[in-house]
Design a binder for this molecule. Sequence first.
Ligand SMILES: NC(=O)c1ccc[n+]([C@@H]2O[C@H](COP(=O)([O-])OP(=O)(O)OC[C@H]3O[C@@H](n4cnc5c(N)ncnc54)[C@H](O)[C@@H]3O)[C@@H](O)[C@H]2O)c1
Length: 265
Amino acid sequence: MASFDELRGRAAIVTGAAQGIGRTTAVTLAAHGMDVVLADLNDERGRRVEAEIARAGGRAVYVRADVGTMAGCERMVRAALDHFGGVYALVNNARWHPHELLADVTEADWDRSQAVLIKSHFMGCKLAIPHMIAGGGGAIVGISSAHALQASPTEGPYEAAKAAVTGLMRNVAVAYGPQGIRANSILPGGIMTDVKHEAAARAPTPELDARQARQNPIRRRGEAQDIANAVLYLVSDLASFVTGASLVVDGGMSIELPGSIASRS
Ligand SMILES: NC(=O)c1ccc[n+]([C@@H]2O[C@H](COP(=O)([O-])OP(=O)(O)OC[C@H]3O[C@@H](n4cnc5c(N)ncnc54)[C@H](O)[C@@H]3O)[C@@H](O)[C@H]2O)c1
């Protein structure tokens, strides 16, 4: 059975850690002994996660960092070095993007979305990799999406960036594998998160929930913990021979033929 003992005392940076998949990932890594930098712009929720981890006996520090900027990425890497003495894992998870047909997307929103969704991965890697190498190795996880493989009309900026994440992680895997760094992508699909559960509690939608649960072979919606578990695996030594992979975590949603799904909805 996996003990994840090797993770104890290793530092991880999780971006977008104030809520959602980032929060659950940070809590999970901390529960397995990692020291976690929580990088986000939502101070209130970020501090809440920091306190939640401390209450559970873990170590985490919240840092206000706009990961769409080099200064923000520098701040989060600096926090890992100052508080925890190094950086072993980097989980690029933050997101911001418009939901519009491509012709309606402003240039400013395109630039901002790409800064947060993909340039942040470049900057985080650029800044963290030298410290990972100095520490003897590391693991990078890029949170991509099922949208890297499949498209919907109003998600052009998101889909372009999410496809780029998988390519960038393969590049890092090939370029830095010899120095002990592994880099992988996770492609989540249809994931419930803390904020989605909060919204559902305020305005329940049981029929929509049931329909979404029927949309994949596993017949339930994904939960943030499903993604956090995949991150835990990929940063752990259990995955020591896994690099450059694009791990789809969507209950099988993306592999079923549309006609097969339609027949039961
Ligand atoms: N939830 C899903 O169904 C789903 C499906 C596929 C992929 N994903 C991916 O998983 C990741 C997390 O998704 P989620 O649903 O938990 O997201 P979310 O929107 O709930 O949370 C995103 C977090 O990123 C933070 N953030 C936004 N801009 C930032 C910036 N410039 N700097 C720092 N932090 C910033 C926000 O404050 C927030 O805390 C995203 O990359 C998303 O694309 C999610």
